[in-house]
Write a protein that binds this ligand. Structure first.
Ligand code: FES
Ligand code: FES
Length: 176
């Protein structure tokens, strides 16, 4: 068995330390060692996006990231979206617009949509479909996912207008 390596990173606002084999994938560390089961395992080949997390301001598919690559990183998963007991605008929008059915893809979808809205706060439908194209959904047909992202964009824009200078929540601020 390979020698284990100590890795430290920030997960949803909390500093965590884990001991992993150099070959261990981030999705397995999250789910099996850190009780972070929001990111799901679908294909494990970088196709479905169910395992999407935000890593230092980038969407990554955690089934193709080694945990040892996360030393010192800042990670956001769906568990970090709740704000003081309230759902994030994206979570509310996915619920209200019926952007999910079985929900298996939803943590990855929302995490990817979060990154999109950080980069493009008012995306066109074409931009939403392009940005979300690496996240597959077997249930919804995608239309309501697009509507949910559009609805969340409006809510976040209104929130930003109320608090000029405020950005959409960053990982360290959205953890409970
Ligand atoms: S499980 Fe990672 S992309 Fe499908
Ligand atoms: S809601 Fe079932 S896979 Fe997307």
């Amino acid at each position: 068995m390979a020698k284990k390596v100590a890795v430290s990173f920030n997960l949803n606002g909390n500093d965590v330390d884990v001991l992993v084999e150099p070959r261990e994938l981030l999705i397995h560390t999250l789910r099996e060692k850190l009780a972070t089961t929001g990111p799901h395992i679908g294909c494990e080949t970088s196709h479905c996006g169910a395992c999407t997390v935000d890593l230092d301001g980038m969407s990554v598919k955690s089934c193709t990231v080694l945990t040892v690559q996360c030393q010192g990183a800042r990670l956001l998963t769906i568990e970090g979206f709740e704000q003081g007991g309230a759902l994030h605008a994206l979570q509310q929008a996915f619920s209200q617009e019926h952007g999910l059915q079985c929900g298996y893809c939803t943590p990855g979808m929302i995490t990817r949509a979060y990154r999109l809205l950080q980069e493009i706060p008012n995306p066109s439908e074409e931009e939403i479909r392009y940005w979300m194209s690496g996240n597959l959904c077997r249930c919804t047909g995608y239309q309501n996912i697009v509507k949910a992202v559009q609805a969340a964009a409006k809510v976040l824009a209104a929130q930003a207008a109320e608090k000029p200078g405020a950005k959409a929540p960053a990982p360290e601020k959205v953890s409970a």
